[in-house]
Design a binder for this molecule. Structure first.
Ligand SMILES: NC(=O)C1=CN([C@@H]2O[C@H](COP(=O)(O)OP(=O)(O)OC[C@H]3O[C@@H](n4cnc5c(N)ncnc54)[C@H](OP(=O)(O)O)[C@@H]3O)[C@@H](O)[C@H]2O)C=CC1
Ligand SMILES: O=CC(=O)O
Length: 306
């Protein structure tokens, strides 16, 4: 644990937050509520408004945020947006300099993270990748799990802020290892959700009550918070978005790339990825990733003999 005086010192730093989507907004909100000095930016400016009314400051570009802050956090959708916000025109790197730090929380692949790291570090600043495990509710509750890697001094400096937004943090060494850990976790999660969807639909088709299946699973060895949380709405074909399906498919795609890079067979994840692709092509990308069940349903109906 960090000593109290050091924590108070770190918390007086100016903090930037780029990307105020489902995750970024509650994370930044928790920093503000904890009394941190927070400056925000988001591509769609209106998403900054609730945070400004809580006391956040606003800057018109990632570059301006970075140049006015000691540590800048970024929570962007995917590799393309993470690179654009960090390295593009008016990107954060243009506002970085020695003594500053950039913490990228977005879920991206290792090569993307390394290229952002190189650009940030070329300015003399420090870089930390810190993707999170945990969805909308853990973000709201400050219960995220940080999977960090990169410059250790920045990890130490950012720790008090990570501890406001999360319940635990892991340091994995070299840049790319945090991204890899996150992709492996989400590869498992995506496959689990696809398998759960198949089970719910099969139970229904053979005349069982899928709600009872959810209850049975919750009491046994394959119990998982994800099944208990999402199962009740899935049996009603409701998918309120916490983790957008398009992001889960992105994570599976990136995880398959990671597996490919070491010639690791991942047939289950590859099959799950196909289902998420089908769901996306049916316009379900912005629904919760549990809407993959609709892709399974379509396949079942496609193979039905009736
Ligand atoms: N939701 C979840 O449960 C979890 C998500 N993650 C990961 O965290 C990241 C963010 O997820 P989440 O908050 O759910 O995603 P959202 O889709 O809700 O938010 C994405 C953010 O990225 C911004 N953005 C997208 N494209 C661009 C671009 N080209 N240039 C600048 N900004 C851009 C959006 O801006 P705008 O508002 O203008 O669209 C928004 O701020 C993703 O990498 C996701 O995989 C990790 C753990 C859990
Ligand atoms: O990336 C999603 C999550 O729930 O973790």
């Amino acid at each position: 644990m960090l000593e109290l005086g050091k924590v108070a010192n770190e918390l007086s730093l100016h903090v930037g937050f780029l990307g105020l989507g489902i995750m970024g907004s509650p994370m930044a909100q928790n920093l503000i509520k904890a009394g941190c000095d927070v400056t925000v930016w988001n591509r769609t400016k209106s998403k900054c408004d609730p945070l400004l009314s809580l006391g956040a400051k606003y800057k018109a570009s990632p570059e301006e945020v970075a140049s006015s802050c000691d540590i800048t956090f970024a929570m962007l959708a995917d590799p393309e947006s993470a690179v654009d916000v960090a390295c593009g025109k008016h990107g954060a790197a243009n506002g970085m300099s020695p003594e500053k730090g950039y913490v990228d929380i977005s879920t991206v692949d290792g090569p993307t993270s390394k290229s952002i790291s190189r650009r940030i570090k070329a300015t003399g600043a420090l870089f930390l990748e810190a993707p999170v495990s945990g969805s909308k509710k853990p973000a709201e509750d400050g219960q995220l799990i940080f999977l960090t890697a990169g410059d250790r001094p920045l990890y130490e400096k950012a720790a008090p802020f990570l501890d406001i937004m999360g319940k635990s943090r892991f340091y994995h060494g070299e840049v790319g290892n945090g991204a890899a850990m996150k992709l492996v976790v989400n590869m498992i999660m995506g496959s689990m959700m696809a398998s759960f969807s198949e089970g719910l639909l099969l139970s229904e088709k053979v005349g069982l009550d899928p709600s009872v299946l959810v209850e049975v699973i919750s009491q046994g060895a394959i119990s998982a918070p994800m099944f208990s949380m999402k199962g009740p709405s899935m049996v009603q074909a409701l998918y309120p978005t916490a983790f957008p399906l398009k992001h889960q498919q992105k994570d599976l795609r990136l995880a398959l790339g990671l597996a490919e890079s070491v010639s690791q067979p991942t047939p289950i994840a590859a099959a799950a990825n196909e289902l998420y692709k089908v769901a996306k092509s049916h316009g379900l990308g912005d629904e919760d990733f549990s809407a993959v069940m609709e892709a399974v349903r379509t396949k079942m109906e496609g193979t039905s003999e009736d």
